[in-house]
Design a protein. Structure first.
Lengths: 267, 224
C-alpha cells in the first residue's frame, strides 16, 4: 500500500471526507423528499380538520373533501379580532413552543379558525395545542354556528403513554364533546373542564378525563381553557345568535342597560 | 410457537456457495442474533406490541444492516483502525436517518407509529456487532449475505413475539380482528384483553421461552 492508513493525516482526511459525503447524501435526500413529506403533513392536517367535523376520509382523499367543505379560513389575534395572514399555513405547534420558550408573547399569538359547511350546518373548526405528560398534545374542535356548542372533536399527541394518556385520541374521550358547551346561555365564559376519569360528569361544560392519565387530562383541560377563551371572543363577535331571548324578568327598557353592564364590568 | 417460522431461504445458485448459504441460515437458528448472541434485545422489547410495527422495524434494520455491511466492507481497507468504530457509527447513523426520511415521505402512517424507534436502530447492537465482527474483515458479497441472514434472524423473532403479544394483548393480528368484538366485556361478553402482554417485560419472558424451546431442540447450543 502506498500510504499508511493509520497515519494521523490520513485519519483526519478519512474522517472529514466520510462526514462530508454522508452529510451531503442526507441533505440531498432530505431536500428531494421534503415535498412528499410536507404534502403528507398537509393532508393529515386537512384530514384532522375534517375528522373534527365527523367527516372521516382517507388521507389521500382529504384535500378534495377539504376544498368542498371548508369555505373560509380566518386568522384571529389574541383579542379575538381578525388578523392578517394565512390561517392554514400557520404552524400552531411551533407558535405554542415559541410562546413556552418565551420567544413569542401571548398577545402576539395568532389563532386559525376554519369555517365550513357540513350537511347544511355552519361549523367553526378551532385548532388547540397544549402539553401532555411526555410531549405536545393537540386537537381540533368543531363548534356549531351558535358559537358555543361542540359538534365534534379530535385529539392527538406526540407520545403519551399507550393505554393511559394516549386514550385522549380515542372515541372514548372525543365522543363526549358533541353537545357540550363552553359558555353559559348568557354568553359568560365557562370553558370546558376535564374532570377526573370515571366521574361520569353531567356538567354541560365538562367531560370525563382518562383514569390513570391524570397529567395528560390536566394538559387537555389547560389547553382547552386557554384556547377557547380566545376563540370565544372571536366567536361572540361573529356567530349568528339565535339566542333564545333571556328576557323574563327585566322590563324592555332596562334590557339595553343590562347587557352593557354585563360586558363592561368596570365602571 | 416459534417452530413454524422457518423463513424461505433462496436455493443455492452461483454466488450462493455452501459457505455463503451458511451465512444466511446460521443466524436464523444456530447463531441467532437475539436468542443466541443476545443482541438487539432492546428493540425486541419495545417494538413487538403490534406485528405491523415489528415488520417495519425488521425491514428498516434489514436495509441498514445489509447496506451498512456492504459499505463498510467496501471501505474496510481504508478505514483507519483508530477511528473504525466512529466511522461505523457515522455510516450507521447516516443510513438510519436515510431510512427515517424515506419512511416519512412514502409510508407516513407507519413512520408515525414507529417514528421514535427507527432513530433507535442506531443503538441496535446487531448493527455494530455485524459491522465490527464481520464487515471489517470480509468481502462485500459475503458481508451482504451476513447482513441479510442476521436481519432475518432478528426479524423472525420480532414477528413471533409480536404475533403472540398482539393476539393476546389486543385480540388482533396485523390489525385484523381475531377475537370478535362481541366477546368483549364492554359488549356483554366475558373476554378481556391481557393488558400485561402489552407491557415490555412480557416480551422478555417470550424471548426467554423462545430461547428455551430453541435450546431444548438444538443440542449444539447447550452449554456444558
Amino acid at each position: 500500500m502506498a500510504f499508511d492508513k493509520n497515519s494521523n493525516s490520513f485519519t483526519f482526511i478519512f474522517a472529514t471526507v466520510l462526514v462530508v459525503v454522508v452529510g451531503t447524501l442526507l441533505a440531498v435526500t432530505f431536500l428531494a423528499l421534503k415535498p412528499a413529506y410536507d404534502e403528507n403533513v398537509r393532508r393529515e392536517k386537512m384530514q384532522n380538520i375534517l375528522a373534527s367535523m365527523k367527516v372521516v376520509v382517507e388521507r389521500d382523499a382529504a384535500p378534495e373533501k377539504y376544498q368542498e367543505l371548508v369555505k373560509e379560513t380566518v386568522l384571529v389575534d389574541a383579542q379575538g379580532n381578525p388578523a392578517e395572514g394565512d390561517a392554514f399555513s400557520l404552524d400552531v405547534l411551533k407558535q405554542y413552543k415559541d410562546w413556552k420558550a418565551g420567544v413569542v408573547k401571548a398577545e402576539q399569538m395568532k389563532y386559525p379558525v376554519y369555517k365550513a359547511k357540513v350537511e347544511g350546518k355552519d361549523l367553526y373548526v378551532l385548532p388547540v395545542v397544549g402539553t401532555g405528560l411526555w410531549g405536545p398534545i393537540w386537537g381540533y374542535l368543531s363548534v356549531e354556528s351558535d358559537g358555543r356548542t361542540f359538534y365534534g372533536s379530535v385529539f392527538d399527541h406526540k407520545g403519551e403513554t399507550p393505554g393511559l394518556g394516549a386514550e385522549i385520541a380515542t372515541p372514548y374521550f372525543t365522543d363526549q364533546f358533541p353537545g357540550k358547551t363552553f359558555t353559559e346561555q348568557d354568553g359568560s365564559y365557562t370553558g370546558i373542564h376535564v374532570y377526573k376519569g370515571g366521574s361520569q360528569t353531567t356538567d354541560p361544560h365538562g367531560v370525563d378525563g382518562i383514569s390513570g392519565g391524570t397529567i395528560t387530562s390536566q394538559g387537555v383541560d389547560e389547553m382547552l381553557m386557554r384556547s377557547l377563551a380566545i376563540y370565544d371572543q372571536y366567536l361572540k363577535s361573529v356567530s349568528a345568535k339565535p339566542e333564545p331571548p333571556v328576557v323574563e324578568a327585566p322590563p324592555a327598557d332596562s334590557l339595553a342597560a343590562d347587557t352593557t353592564n354585563a360586558i363592561t364590568v368596570n365602571p | 410457537m416459534s417452530t413454524e417460522t422457518a423463513l424461505p431461504v433462496k436455493p443455492a445458485e452461483g454466488l450462493f456457495s455452501k459457505k455463503n448459504r451458511k451465512l444466511i441460515t446460521d443466524p436464523l437458528n444456530d447463531n441467532n442474533p437475539i436468542t443466541v448472541q443476545v443482541l438487539g434485545i432492546c428493540s425486541a422489547l419495545a417494538i413487538t406490541v403490534k406485528v405491523q410495527n415489528a415488520v417495519v422495524m425488521s425491514l428498516s434494520v434489514l436495509a441498514v444492516v445489509v447496506v451498512g455491511n456492504m459499505v463498510i466492507s467496501a471501505l474496510r481497507n481504508l478505514i483507519p483502525g483508530r477511528i473504525r468504530i466512529i466511522a461505523q457509527l457515522v455510516i450507521a447513523a447516516g443510513l438510519v436517518t436515510l431510512v427515517d426520511i424515506v419512511l416519512k415521505a412514502y409510508v407516513y402512517d407507519v413512520s408515525k407509529q414507529v417514528g421514535v424507534y427507527v432513530g433507535l436502530i442506531i443503538t441496535n447492537c446487531i448493527l455494530m456487532g455485524r459491522y465490527e465482527a464481520f464487515a471489517m474483515g470480509n468481502k462485500v458479497w459475503p458481508s451482504a449475505l451476513d447482513g441479510l441472514g442476521n436481519s432475518l434472524g432478528y426479524a423472525w423473532i420480532l414477528v413471533a413475539v409480536a404475533t403472540v403479544r398482539e393476539i393476546t394483548g389486543n385480540g388482533s393480528w396485523m390489525g385484523m380482528r381475531l377475537i370478535p368484538e362481541s366477546w368483549y366485556a364492554a359488549n356483554g361478553g366475558g373476554y378481556f384483553n391481557n393488558n400485561m402482554m402489552i407491557l415490555p417485560p412480557m416480551a422478555l419472558v417470550l424471548v426467554g421461552i423462545i430461547i428455551w424451546i430453541q435450546r431444548s431442540r438444538n443440542t449444539k447450543l447447550i452449554e456444558s
